[in-house]
Design a protein around this ligand. Structure first.
Ligand code: HSE
Length: 405
């Protein structure tokens, strides 16, 4: 019998127990032995749950039990999750986690600690909910240089944007629904203001480029400034507004940001709706790969947690596969103003203003909207050059969004 412990019995912890109980037979066949949840660590008791008798309130019981070889940390938040993870790794136990805050903040250190103790630290569920993205980037794409990663990384905001666009629903009502469905963070400001997506793009940037950026310091704009007018406008331009995490290298430095982007319908990301996430990985050999699936929610996220558990318990994962990350310093980080892309600007004005804006933004691409407004889609240029070009026209955009190619 393979003995494991769950740390945290909230939405994802419950889902993990459900996946292990429901798919017991196939899990045992994959691992060559049965997987048993020996302990569940939580502050609360769950007398009604079939595993209610496994609940403990003291991490020491788990750490001191040599039968437990793996702990799944699904507590959320940095502390005590980080402290328990360190203690488990030092006790020679493998750790898997869905906790993007811990991975994005302490990942470099925890991976080193895992290596020192000859155990694994896996975090498939920390990005993209149930979508396999971390392991494919580390294994299937290992023969490639990763050039860029872009995607919808937050299910809650995508759910909100989709409902705003398709149903004209009000922001607050949809957020409440996302909370009821178990998609949103304990503090949903982390979703709507982009911090959750920032943590995830920082993890993907570290996988792609080996440098761990501070998620609190990358340029992050959420969706609180996006209105139904903006989503309708994007529709009229043949696309959708999506909250995108993007990373690439610019002159050897890592650029990472989170921002609402306009995504034209020719890009599969524009069709990723509801709680789904979609991630584009651009590589130098394969070209572009697209990963799609449920980005949040109990069972999808638990599916990824259990995938990591099985990877370890079946002996397929070794500490040799753990990536080496270093904490990025100033010299490693590119200024977000260096992001080169097309941008859509909406201005109020007359046909002469439109002509001026098109010349400044080096484009022939413009569309007249209602109420004397027009949109201009710039040619590809850095934010610095685009901002300077717009300022030179004397026009003041009522909206500007980068375009995801
Ligand atoms: N709050 C997160 C989201 C949960 O909505 O994507 C999954 O990480």
């Amino acid at each position: 019998m393979l003995q494991i412990a769950l740390l945290g019995f909230g939405v994802v912890g419950n889902g993990t127990a459900e996946v292990i109980l429901q798919n017991q037979k196939q899990i045992a066949a994959y691992c060559g032995d049965e997987v048993n949840i020996k302990y569940i660590l939580d502050l609360r008791d769950f007398p009604e749950h079939p595993l209610g008798n496994r609940v403990v309130h003291d991490i020491k019981i788990i750490l001191d039990d040599p039968e437990v070889t793996l702990v799944a940390e699904m507590m959320g938040g940095s502390h005590p999750a980080y402290d328990f993870t360190c203690a488990a790794l030092k006790a020679g136990k493998h750790v898997v986690t869905s906790n993007k805050e811990v991975v994005a903040t302490f990942g470099a250190e925890l991976l080193d600690l895992a290596r020192e103790n000859h155990v694994s630290y896996l975090f498939e569920a920390s990005v993209g909910g149930g979508i396999p993205i971390i392991r494919p980037m580390q294994t299937d794409l290992a023969s490639n240089e990763i050039l860029a990663v872009s995607g919808i990384l937050n299910g809650t905001t995508n759910f909100i944007l989709t409902k705003m666009k398709n149903e004209g629903a009000a922001f607050a009502d949809v957020l409440k629904l996302a909370q009821q469905k178990g998609y949103a963070e304990a503090n949903p400001a982390a979703d709507v203001e982009g911090l959750d997506a920032a943590r995830k793009i920082v993890i993907l940037a570290a996988l792609a480029f080996g440098k761990l950026l501070d998620p609190n310091k990358i340029s992050t704009t959420g969706i609180t400034g996006i209105t139904q007018e903006h989503t309708a406008l994007a529709d009229k331009l043949g696309g959708a507004v999506k909250l995108i995490g993007h990373t690439e290298k610019v002159d050897g430095r890592v650029l990472a940001l989170v921002s609402p982007f306009l995504v034209f319908s020719s890009n599969p990301i524009s069709h990723v709706d509801d709680v789904y996430n979609g991630i584009l990985v651009d590589t130098n050999m394969l070209g572009r790969a697209f990963f799609y699936g449920a980005g949040a929610g109990k069972l999808p996220t638990a599916s990824a947690v259990v995938a990591d558990i099985l990877d370890i318990l079946s002996g397929r994962s070794t500490d040799r596969r753990l990536p080496h990350w270093t904490v990025a310093d100033e010299a490693d980080i590119a200024d977000v103003a260096s992001l080169s892309c097309r941008r859509v600007y909406v201005f109020e004005g007359c046909p002469r203003c439109e002509a001026k804006a098109k010349t400044a933004l080096k484009t022939e691409d413009s569309v007249w909207l209602c109420d004397g407004k027009f949109a201009v889609i710039s040619s590809k240029m850095s934010a610095t050059n685009a901002d300077a070009a717009v300022t030179a026209t004397g026009l003041c955009p009522v909206l500007s969004l980068p375009v995801l190619e």
